[in-house]
Design a protein around this ligand. Structure first.
Ligand SMILES: [Zn+2]
Length: 384
């Protein structure tokens, strides 16, 4: 690289982030750290040019350190202009988000075309993600579908769902997921769950919501996925949306305060949203913080009884209690069912917080049970 500079060739642009501090503006190097270090180290005499370096403008340079160079040559080095793109961290608008997003990708060592390339990878994972990217929820987010951002976030949601929680969802991870799931089952358990979570998020955010930035959507996905898995979530949509918008409003208001007046946990959260936002540690940190805040704000959401299936003892008790007759009777007349022909049904559905207890159990004929579950597909439960 020093050789390129002495011959006045172009070296790649650097990207710096301007950060306003009390003692003035400081710069963080987003891209170009290695180049900068090489320049400084050469200037400080820490290494010499290679022994096979050709002369520059007739002056021999091979094996020389900076101080050993002829003045004509060291002047070229001193006067060499370095191209630097400076990103102003203080500006907050759509364009800035685009730029910031681009630099985060650069920082993560990825290219802008990553999702475009994935969309060209054949396989059922690609097809499933493409289908998900059409989900109306994404249209209500702040980001647009430029450069296939919907596909990218949809792929990240699938990746997180498969991992069962926070995971690294950088381009390399998504590429691996596409490669390893060429035969992905688009109507399997994971696929159904991802659709249910996106449906839930659409019910929570039925209109354009500018707070839904890319890094927020990833963590909200994880939070909603947990809610659907472990909590009685029906009817919690507006509580989630109200809490989230309130949280974002508070967080943004904090940024106008003097540093010492800011909530330290929000400063840390802000840090996690600024760097490596697709890395596992950042996602885990953000999610843990959001979960803590959400369940403090909504402390009364009950968990689903972890046991979903009645024991043989409970089944017998329910059968005797109901005299072996279907209690739903939307299809049948409640005639007596044989021991092999009935389902133990949760009166209050399991997913609505109904306990797996004899008092909440009832005899159902298979047809009535099926009709009940189909009427509430979101509440579908394991037939017992
Ligand atoms: Zn029946």
């Amino acid at each position: 690289m020093i050789d390129s500079i002495l011959r006045e060739f172009d070296i790649p642009k650097m990207y710096w982030r301007a950060v306003n501090r009390d003692d003035g503006v400081r710069y963080e190097v987003i891209d170009g750290q290695q180049r900068l270090r090489t320049i400084w180290e050469f200037r400080a005499g820490e290494f010499a040019l290679a022994r096979d370096t050709d002369p520059v403008n007739g002056f021999p340079c091979a094996g020389k350190t900076y101080d050993q160079l002829d003045l004509d040559v060291s002047t070229i080095f001193d006067a060499y202009p370095v191209d630097v793109v400076i990103v102003d961290d203080a500006v907050q608008n759509d364009e800035e988000d685009e730029v910031r997003d681009m630099f985060l990708r650069l920082q993560n060592g990825t290219t802008l075309k990553a999702q475009e390339k994935r969309n060209a990878m054949p396989g059922q994972m690609r097809d499933f993600v493409k289908e998900l990217a059409q989900h109306k929820f994404f249209e209500n987010c702040k980001f647009s579908n430029k450069r296939f951002t919907f596909d990218q976030v949809a792929a990240q949601a699938v990746c997180l769902e498969m991992a069962g929680g926070p995971a690294s969802v950088r381009d390399a991870d998504l590429n691996r997921m596409y490669n390893e799931n060429v035969a992905f089952d688009g109507s399997g358990k994971v696929a159904k769950k991802v659709r249910r979570v996106l449906d839930y998020l659409l019910r929570a955010f039925p209109e354009k919501t500018p707070e839904l930035e890319r890094y927020n959507v990833i963590t909200l996905y994880c939070l909603a996925s947990t809610l659907l898995e472990k909590y009685v979530h029906a009817g919690t949509e507006s509580a989630l949306a109200d809490w989230f918008i309130g949280f974002e409003t508070e967080r943004r208001a904090q940024e106008d305060l003097d540093e010492e007046k800011r909530d330290a946990t929000l400063v840390e959260y802000r840090r996690l949203t600024s760097y490596s936002t697709d890395g596992e540690e950042s996602i885990r940190g953000r999610l843990e913080y959001l979960e803590k805040r959400f369940f403090l704000a909504c402390p009364d959401i009950p968990t689903i009884d972890v046991i979903r299936v009645f024991t043989p003892e409970q089944r017998l008790a329910i059968y005797r209690k109901d005299d072996g007759r279907c209690q739903i009777r939307t299809h049948c007349g409640g005639e007596k069912l044989g021991w092999a022909d009935w389902h133990a049904d949760h009166k209050v559905p399991h997913s609505k917080g109904g306990q797996t207890a004899v008092s909440n159990g009832q005899v159902a004929c298979p047809t009535c049970n099926l009709i009940k579950n189909n009427t509430h597909p979101d509440l579908a439960e394991v037939a017992g």
